[in-house]
Design a protein around this ligand. Sequence first.
Ligand SMILES: *Cc1c(COP(=O)(O)O)cnc(C)c1O
Length: 390
Amino acid sequence: MKTPKADNEYICTHLGDDYSRFHGAVVPPIYQNSLFVFEDFDRFVEAMKDEQNNYIYWRGNNPTVEIAEQKIAALENGEKCKLFSSGMAAISSAILSFVKSGDHILSVSNIYGPAINFFRYIEKFGISHTNLQSTDPEEIEKAITPNTKMIYLESPTTMTFKLVDLPVVANLAKQYNIRTIIDNTWATPLFQNPLDFGIDIVVHSVSKYLSGHSDLVGGALITNTDLMNKIFYDEFQLFGGAMPPNEAWLLIRGLRTLPIRMKAHQESTLKVAKFLQQHSAIKKVNYPALQNSSDYELGQKLLKGYTGLLSFELEANTFDSVRTLINSLKIFKIGVSWGGFESLILSPNYGHNTESLVKAGINPGLIRISVGLEDCDELIHDLDQALSLV
Ligand SMILES: *Cc1c(COP(=O)(O)O)cnc(C)c1O
């Protein structure tokens, strides 16, 4: 397995600390101010010539937020990062930066639900969308139409954890003059750097592993300087979904332990996945780190590591068995989101939506877990006792 670049540790812990600027403060301060004042009007006029690189108003720039932006840009090997008030704020801004009325968007199955809902929402502006039931580059190429302007990707995909061959799709998109966006939340910038494969924009929900403590909601958009020059003045400043400095400060704190947390998530999750795989109540485990996964080879090519979110499918492929399992767990908590300390469990099968799930390629017995940082043997024991009941 490839190892993440060595200076990630430095980026997460110390990049941007800048002790001399902050009186030696070991932790950077929270700049809780909406505006910045100027000594004379000439300096103000000068600053307004380049709003992107000056402190004027927090909807544009804030020094605390900027430290977190520097770190995330560096982790993704990107030139620029802007932080948003949620992952969805970053995602919707990225999408709208690339399309206009009359354009068509292509996405792979299965992507984050609210992203799909957003594609449906912008239909009213005359922007059409196809959600492919596939992650295969050949199928993607077949689905391209003359007005396709953007391909929206997730790898691994939501709930089903299938991988997309990102360098191949990035190349394909370039041939057709199509822009690409990927939601890289699952992998984190430690384990996958899609800009290196030629993807145009990377988005993250920093509400998950990057902050890591289930105590904030935020988003990141990372891209090159050219694209950010437009996005900063348009989608970032005009929609106004900037991250508040308190959130950025918590994010900086979370990032300090990102490498050590991801190491622990990875080790535990592989053990949990192997336990699940051999259990007689389980038909299939969807996790590309497993050697019998159909995406194992592709994972070795694209990923530098594997995180703690996976799904499995019960032999008893019913809502009742899903409900029994989820209700029988003691350590795994029931809840949305993931990427914090606590282990979580959820199923997209709510009983009343089974038919539409099957249409979207998801089996009724599918359950998603986020393996947290509790003792791994206890997590396995918890799953074992609950699985004996289904
Ligand atoms: C949570 C999540 C989002 C949305 O992020 P918010 O911060 O909740 O707006 C987007 N993509 C993925 C894969 C997520 O898990």
